[in-house]
Ligand binder design. Structure first.
Ligand SMILES: Cc1cc2nc3c(=O)[nH]c(=O)nc-3n(C[C@H](O)[C@H](O)[C@H](O)COP(=O)(O)OP(=O)(O)OC[C@H]3O[C@@H](n4cnc5c(N)ncnc54)[C@H](O)[C@@H]3O)c2cc1C
Length: 273
């Protein structure tokens, strides 16, 4: 029997340097991590390429460790590893909550944080957390390394600043003061893509980010400013309505998403007061 994967090629570099050289030298190579997104598009026949770069042996992309003041999370870190990590639980509990709501256990065992970022879906559950803490995406190519602030990383629907010859090697999270909060609203408790997802921090400065309400994950600076300067929740909800522009799609309607986003803002504010 001929399966969907029989005409495909898999390159298996043993080092990051080899992987980056392969990416530089071959235009249409597709990096492959946990394969939970890729396998779906492979089966739908929507993948542009047929040659893949297996990242699984690249130890440099693994591990969660402090780096200066920041917490560095390797791109190949799975959501199960995030859920179990003592340092993430201590410093970034909202990422642990997000990880626990990605797919279900089988998906969390394979799906990586690097894949969630690179996939650039506006509904990626880890993305509002990374947006709200002003994380940096660490990208490496054969020519060197650069750090891109999360706020600039996504340039449009499923588009990012990552060049074709670059890999995401890690995401770096600066220290964050205040009470962290995360909530996802989907059709079911598990195996559901977010209709609306929100991460927020109530600290010296209020920070709020949403997924699934725009072509990319978004911060809502005017709403944040209003709440930070002592404005009322009602005014902040009104401001939020003007700051996001969700759409109707197969998972929900714009009107429902607006209402849910507003309710989530209220839940955050009331539960952290
Ligand atoms: C049943 C099911 C349920 C799901 N539920 C959720 C959910 O609830 N929430 C959610 O957010 N997502 C969900 N997903 C989507 C998916 O699991 C996540 O987006 C996951 O984080 C992708 O990671 P991966 O390692 O599997 O990526 P892969 O599928 O291996 O790759 C995804 C994309 O990222 C690129 N890529 C991967 N790693 C790198 C890297 N280090 N550098 C550069 N490019 C890279 C690949 O080329 C590809 O374009 C679900 C998927 C399935 C199949």
């Amino acid at each position: 029997m001929k399966t969907a994967i029989s005409p495909l090629a898999l390159l298996q570099p043993r080092s990051l340097a080899d992987a980056l050289r392969m990416l530089r030298d071959e235009d249409s190579l597709i990096p492959l991590a946990g394969c939970t997104d890729l396998y779906v598009s492979l089966n739908f026949g929507t993948l542009p390429g047929r040659r893949f770069l297996d990242l699984s042996r690249l130890v440099d992309l693994r591990g969660i460790r402090p780096r200066g003041e920041c917490l560095s999370i390797g791109a190949l870190t799975t959501f199960t590893e995030i859920r179990r990590s003592p340092i993430v639980r201590a410093r970034l509990p909202m990422l642990v909550e997000a990880a626990a709501q990605i797919g279900a256990a089988q998906v969390q065992n394979r799906a990586t944080i690097g894949g969630n970022i690179a996939n650039a879906s506006p509904a990626g559950d880890s993305l509002p957390v990374l947006a709200v803490v002003d994380a940096n995406v660490v990208l490496r190519s054969a020519d060197g390394e650069r750090r891109v602030p999360f706020a600039r990383f996504f340039t449009g629907y499923r588009q990012s600043l990552r060049r074709r010859d670059e890999l995401i090697v890690a995401v770096e999270v600066p220290p964050i003061a205040g009470t962290q909060w995360f909530r996802k609203v989907g059709t079911r408790a598990a195996q559901s893509i977010a209709k609306v997802v929100m991460a927020a921090v109530r600290g010296p400065r209020v920070r709020v980010a949403f997924g699934s309400v725009a072509p990319t994950v978004v911060r809502v600076p005017n709403t944040e400013e209003l709440l930070s300067s002592g404005g009322s929740l009602a005014d902040a909800q009104q401001m939020l309505n003007a700051e996001i522009a969700p759409i109707d799609d197969l998972r929900s309607t714009a009107a429902y998403r607006l209402r849910v986003a507003s309710n989530l803002l209220a839940a955050f504010w009331n539960e952290t007061s």
